[in-house]
Design a protein around this ligand. Structure first.
Ligand SMILES: [Ca+2]
Ligand SMILES: [Ca+2]
Ligand SMILES: [Ca+2]
Ligand SMILES: [Ca+2]
Length: 121
C-alpha cells in the first residue's frame, strides 16, 4: 500500500517535473524572447533539436511551448486521442493534481491545460 502511494507520487512528480523543466529550458533557450524556438535556439536542448520536425506540428519552422507540451502529451497518450485521461496517467491518487490541471473539467488533460498550469502561453 505504502509502496503504491510512493510510486504514484513519483509518477506524478515525474510528469509535472518534466513539463516544468521543459518550460524553464525553453525560456532559457529562447534567446530573442519571442516565445518560440527556431532551429538555432533549439540546439541548446538536444531532445528538442533531435525531434524538431516532429515537435513542430504546424511546420512554421519554430517550436513553441504548446508544441512541446503537445509532444509530451503524445508520448503518454496511449489511445492517441491527443489528450491524457486518468487511465493513461494511471493513478487514482493523482486525481487531486489531475483535477487542478483539468481546468475545463472534461476529464482529460490536453497540452493547453498542462501549459497553463505552468503559466506558459
Ligand atoms: Ca525565439
Ligand atoms: Ca511550430
Ligand atoms: Ca488519450
Ligand atoms: Ca481538460
Amino acid at each position: 500500500m505504502k509502496k503504491n502511494l510512493i510510486t504514484t507520487l513519483l509518477a506524478t512528480m515525474t510528469l509535472l517535473a518534466a513539463t516544468a523543466v521543459w518550460a524553464k529550458n525553453v525560456k532559457t533557450a529562447d534567446k530573442d524572447n519571442d516565445g518560440t524556438l527556431d532551429k538555432t535556439e533549439a540546439k541548446s536542448i538536444p531532445m528538442v533539436a533531435k525531434n524538431f520536425d516532429a515537435i513542430d506540428t504546424d511546420k512554421d519552422g519554430t517550436v513553441s511551448q504548446i508544441e512541446i507540451d503537445t509532444f509530451t502529451v503524445m508520448m503518454n497518450d496511449k489511445d492517441s486521442d491527443g489528450t491524457l485521461d486518468k487511465k493513461e496517467i494511471k493513478n487514482k491518487a493523482i486525481a487531486k493534481a489531475f483535477d487542478q490541471l483539468d481546468t475545463d473539467k472534461d476529464g482529460t488533460l490536453d497540452a493547453k491545460e498542462i501549459s497553463a498550469f505552468f503559466g506558459q502561453k
